[in-house]
Design a protein around this ligand. Structure first.
Ligand code: SAM
Ligand code: SF4
Length: 318
């Protein structure tokens, strides 16, 4: 069992397989040039899996593959299968922008992926294009439909931003309802890599926008998820992720592995330690020693507005 400095059990590992991306989202990496970490700096799948297996042996029950855009890394189905074969009962999930997913959904499902979160910030082609700095909507929608058709448990992630997609909250919710997939509205998290003029909607503003069209009630949250949950009279459930609330950190059960082999206890602070040397020499136990060290120093909560990590979310694995 893995316990952090504040007594929280840590059983959720997020693995960033690449910091690369085919989008340039306003809230993530709008100005990132095409200068990437060389392949030689990135952990090979065999090295990642050495650590993942050891972490599963220590009590990790959920692994989420993310990035950057994870589908840009080759042979991802092979990596999924390596994890699924080792721990078939683990909650194995991915977060993706969905752009390449229409050709990959079934392959990933057959390899052992169970769940996928796909980001969809607008149903308007021009707005989605403005957010991602690329004409993405039609391809993303195909990706979502392929995920559902493949039988993957699918959720949609939306980051509501003032003056950009704030008028679409109910339309996106309605579309997700028609797909029978849950939507999660994520409060925009300030970071130094985002577009400077962005203003995210706070959770009370998001809920007010939904209230204008729907009745809903808050229901008990899933203790394994950071999401607050709300139910419409028809039974449809949507979620709200509020990193600015204390409860968000109080229930944190996560740790992150970057593509370069850094273990980061929190998305919002610089602190991280490398397991690269350990996994390169096949020392899974040594890597777990590093994991225990960083958990022993994991801070109690993020400090939005006071202190922020210089490391971008796409590097840490958002
Ligand atoms: N490329 C994939 C994607 O976009 O889904 C996975 C990586 S992305 C960093 C993971 C999630 O973080 C996405 O749902 C994205 O919308 C969200 N995200 C990225 N930057 C954010 C920010 N500044 N505030 C809130 N959410 C953010
Ligand atoms: Fe790429 Fe995801 Fe960041 Fe958008 S949020 S730029 S899709 S990594």
């Amino acid at each position: 069992m893995l316990i952090d400095a504040n007594g929280r059990a840590v059983d959720y590992l997020r693995v960033s397989v690449t910091e690369r991306c085919n989008f340039r989202c306003l809230y993530c990496m709008p100005d990132k040039p095409l200068s990437w970490v060389p392949h030689s700096e990135i952990l090979r799948y065999e090295e990642m899996i050495l650590f993942i297996r050891a972490a599963i042996d220590c009590g990790v029950k959920k692994v989420r593959i993310t990035g950057g855009e994870p589908t840009l890394r080759g042979d991802l189905d092979v990596f999924i299968k390596m994890i699924a074969d080792y721990a078939p009962n683990i909650d194995l999930a991915m977060t993706t922008n969905g752009f390449l997913f229409s050709d990959l959904a079934l392959k990933f499902k057959n390899a052992g992926l169970k769940r996928v979160n796909i980001s969809l910030d607008s149903l308007k082609r021009d707005v989605a294009g403005k957010i991602a700095n690329r004409d993405v909507l039609l391809q993303t929608l195909k990706g979502i439909e392929a995920a559902i058709a493949a039988g993957l448990q699918t959720k949609i992630n939306v980051v509501p931003m003032k003056g950009i997609n704030d008028g679409e909250i109910c339309d996106i919710l309605e579309r997700c309802k028609s797909w029978k997939v849950s939507v999660r509205f994520i409060e925009y998290m300030d970071n130094s890599h985002a577009n400077k003029r962005l203003r995210g909607m706070r959770s009370d503003e998001i809920l007010a926008a939904i209230k204008a069209r729907y009745e809903f009630e808050e229901i008990e949250r899933d203790c394994k998820s950071p999401s607050r949950l709300f139910k419409l009279p028809c039974g449809y459930v949507f979620g709200l992720i509020e990193p600015h609330r204390d409860e968000f950190c109080a229930s944190c059960n996560r740790v992150r592995l970057t593509a370069e082999g850094l273990l980061a206890p929190c998305l919002y602070f610089d602190e991280a330690k490398s397991i690269k040397a350990h996994v390169k020499r096949g020392d899974g136990l040594g890597a777990i020693g590093v994991l225990r060290e960083i958990l022993a120093a994991k801070r109690e909560k993020n400090r939005f507005g006071e202190e922020a990590s210089a490391r971008a979310f796409y590097e840490t694995g958002g």
